[in-house]
Ligand binder design. Structure first.
Ligand code: ATP
Ligand code: LTN
Length: 326
């Protein structure tokens, strides 16, 4: 069975976009693959975080994964920082990564422009990501298109390391989820719905109160026409709402258009709101039962144990090969 592995960084509350674009995709793949899913908490440290909030959010992410349908029996679920050998693996990999290639990463270039006092961690971020992927002999890495370059760097590092020291790493492939429609911001449907967005009005958090979710959808930006037709360019707001319906129900765009022929935007938005509220309401119910449970700790203990055993083995092999052993 091929192994897939992915992580999300806890830099904001999980959104409907993360659910549709990443978590739901993982639930679809968990029967076909041996799946590893984690919270990339060390990656969150590349930008300033409030420690108390971060700690809460890490646990919330794990509970949310499971509430969204990531089955602990089918997945190895863990917190990145619980796997203590990953940063050690990352260090050895850093020494096999050129400064030039790390500084060419688009995400680094963009984020380092935002703040002149950026950390070194922002530069080495993709090497830590390579360690996340390579320790586990991962075959496929499901990610959004923005992370493709990082997975390619992980491949380059693996190939280079293998050439120098022998076949140590499996060379992973990115898996770009084609069906993973990009969900757009409800207030500005030309940009992606993003968990680290400063303006929450256009972002549906999986933790939002149901009433707020309904309100956000009812006040989503649309155009001044009257017809519910998919046209990303001329009608980005309506198209985004159609995409949400398509992703949550499995209906086709055509079916949604037909359902709402002759209906007004209010009726359509109200349908979308009912749908999203039902989906997120069910998720929240499961989440609330899980988040403070002992069961969650057992799942995390088990995940950490399994992943740590693999990471330890890989790290020892690397030490031997590189020569940093007693
Ligand atoms: P940040 O704001 O911190 O960059 P983000 O919400 O944009 O976070 P990422 O952490 O970059 O999300 O991505 C996690 C996963 O969720 C990726 O696989 C990404 O493709 C997916 N994802 C994020 N936002 C959306 C969205 N709006 N629509 C579909 N998929 C999304
Ligand atoms: N960089 C990714 C999160 C991430 C990841 C990983 C994804 C960290 N390590 C390993 C896949 C595999 C992001 O920003 N979404």
């Amino acid at each position: 069975m091929k192994r897939i592995l992915t992580g999300l960084k806890p830099t904001g509350d999980l959104t409907l976009g993360n659910y549709i674009g990443a978590i739901k995709q993982m639930t679809k793949m968990q029967d076909e693959y041996e799946s590893y899913i984690f919270v990339a908490d060390l990656h969150a440290l590349t930008v300033p975080q409030n420690p108390i909030e971060l700690k809460k959010r890490i646990r919330a992410f794990i509970a949310m994964y499971i509430a969204c349908g990531i089955d602990p029996k089918k997945n190895t679920i863990y917190i990145q920082s619980d796997i203590e050998y990953i940063p050690s693996i990352s260090w050895i990999l850093e020494c096999s990564t050129y400064y030039g290639e790390a500084s060419r990463m688009i995400q680094f270039k963009e984020k380092s422009k935002e703040n002149a006092n950026f950390s070194v961690g922002l530069l080495t971020y993709p090497v830590l990501m390579a360690a996340d992927i390579l320790y586990a002999d991962t075959d496929l890495v499901p990610v959004g298109i923005d992370q493709k370059q990082h997975v390619e760097l992980a491949r380059d590092i693996a190939i280079r390391f293998n050439k120098k020291y022998g076949e140590i790493f499996k060379v992973p492939e990115p898996l770009i989820t084609k069906s993973g429609t990009k969900i757009k911001d409800l207030k500005d449907p030309t940009k992606k719905m993003s968990k680290s967005d400063e303006n929450p009005a256009g972002v549906i958090s999986l933790f939002d109160d149901i009433k707020i979710i309904r309100k956000k959808i009812m006040s989503a930006t649309t155009d001044s026409e009257m017809n519910i037709i998919y046209d990303e360019e001329k009608k980005p707001g309506i198209s985004n709402l159609i995409n949400i319906v398509v992703s949550l129900t499995g209906k086709s765009i055509n079916e949604v258009e037909t359902m709402f022929k002759g209906k007004n935007y209010g009726e359509f938005k109200s349908y979308v709101a009912d749908l999203v509220v039902e989906v997120i309401g069910n998720i929240q119910e499961k989440y609330n039962k899980l988040v403070n449970s002992k069961e969650l700790d057992s799942i995390l203990d088990e995940g950490a144990k399994k992943a740590s055993a693999l990471a330890y083995k890989k790290y020892q092999t690397m030490r031997e090969k590189v020569g940093v052993v007693r």
